[in-house]
Design a protein around this ligand. Structure first.
Ligand code: PEP
Ligand code: MN
Length: 350
């Protein structure tokens, strides 16, 4: 249920509503909006009885029943877009944000070389895996804390936030010490213990869609994180498994407008894991921006031929530069700048 407050409701009146909700045995989530505050109720298993107790409170304008299974992540609860702030970077605002870097951190020099290349081309966030979810137990599993230390060094050197995957509840605190954004991988999208644990931190979380998960499943997983009190959730579509095997996964581009309709959370597209092939990354990146994505996460490697992980889908730095130039023009066509880049149209005018 959603309690919509009057436009002139005072903070004390909002607090009184929250107290009443907690007295009824539920959780209250105040959500301030541009013109009025709404208070979302969670923790109820069915329709709430005794709604009259809430309707009569001063400052309450309207009670709205929400029938969707997810609440906090839904547009019903928050009609305006959520912007997740990561340092100076705003994800989900007007500007397109690009995160880029290697699949996995292989060495200090490989990470620095990749980071220097992507930052020079306008990437706003550096990616790099220290804990890797590999299909085979015999594949390289990541450098662990050593990788996190290199990540911290590039973060400092380039004054740029970093994103890295956290794979289990035991390492959440450690990874959160180094990372600006915690990535939950596709294989862990329904690891509910992990979702709860990252929900108890105050760090932005990029939640990747599982490759056999529906949009509803993804939103319910995001709800797990928000229900623990962490509102800084970013959704990521990275391809799902379909009957066709021409590509590593099938990028579900139509999930972008659907997610935008159902949820207020930002959406990032990963064209690297979706396609599995460097040649297809740029076309899908262009399509994602055209379809309304808020940004991209892209794998870039200084020498993909020798990459320890996902070399096939990793872009050379010069191809990444092409990607940035191309998406800038697509972004201009949908009235969005690419953060950190000169708008393409202005560049043409010069
Ligand atoms: C990754 O980003 O390197 C990764 C393993 O992604 P996914 O969880 O989408 O497979
Ligand atoms: Mn990868």
């Amino acid at each position: 249920m959603l309690i919509v407050m009057d436009a002139h409701a005072t903070p004390e009146q909002v607090e009184a509503v929250c107290i009443e909700i907690r007295d009824m045995g539920f959780q209250a989530h105040p959500m301030p909006g541009p013109t009025r505050t709404a208070v979302c109720i969670t923790g109820n298993e069915g329709p709430i009885a005794q709604t009259g107790r809430l309707a009569v409170l001063p400052g309450v304008s309207e009670l709205i029943r929400v029938t969707k299974p997810y609440k906090l992540v839904g547009r019903d609860f928050r009609p305006f877009d959520t912007i997740v702030k990561v340092g100076r970077v705003e994800i989900g605002g007007p500007a397109i944000v690009v995160m880029a870097g290697p699949c996995t951190i292989e060495s200090r020099s490989q990470l620095f070389e990749s980071a220097a290349a992507v930052v020079a081309e306008g990437a706003q966030i550096i990616r790099g895996g220290a804990y890797k979810p590999r299909t085979s137990p015999y594949s390289f599993q990541g450098l662990g804390e050593e990788g996190l230390r290199y990540l911290q060094a590039v973060r400092h050197e380039f004054d740029t936030p970093v994103i890295t995957e956290v794979m289990d509840t035991e390492t959440v605190e450690l990874v959160a010490e180094y990372a600006d954004i915690l990535q939950i991988g596709a294989r862990n999208m329904q690891n509910f213990a992990l979702l709860k644990k990252v929900g108890q931190t105050n760090k932005p979380v990029l939640l990747k869609r599982g490759f056999a998960a529906t949009v509803k499943d993804l939103l319910l997983s995001a709800e797990y994180i928000m229900a623990e009190g962490n509102p800084h959730v970013i959704l990521c579509e990275r391809g799902i498994r379909t009957f066709d095997d021409h590509s590593r996964f099938t990028l579900d581009l139509s999930a972008i407008p659907v997610l935008k309709e159902l949820s207020h959370l930002p959406i990032i597209i990963d064209p690297s894991h979706a396609t599995g092939h460097y040649n297809r990354v740029i076309p899908m990146a262009r399509a994602a921006i055209a379809a309304g994505a808020d940004g991209l996460i892209v794998e870039v490697h200084p020498d993909p031929a020798v990459a320890v992980c996902d070399g096939h889908q990793s872009l050379l730095p010069e191809r990444f530069a092409d990607l940035m130039r191309q998406i800038e023009r697509i972004a201009a066509a949908v009235d969005r700048p690419v953060l950190g880049r000169t708008p393409a149209l202005e560049a043409f005018a010069e």
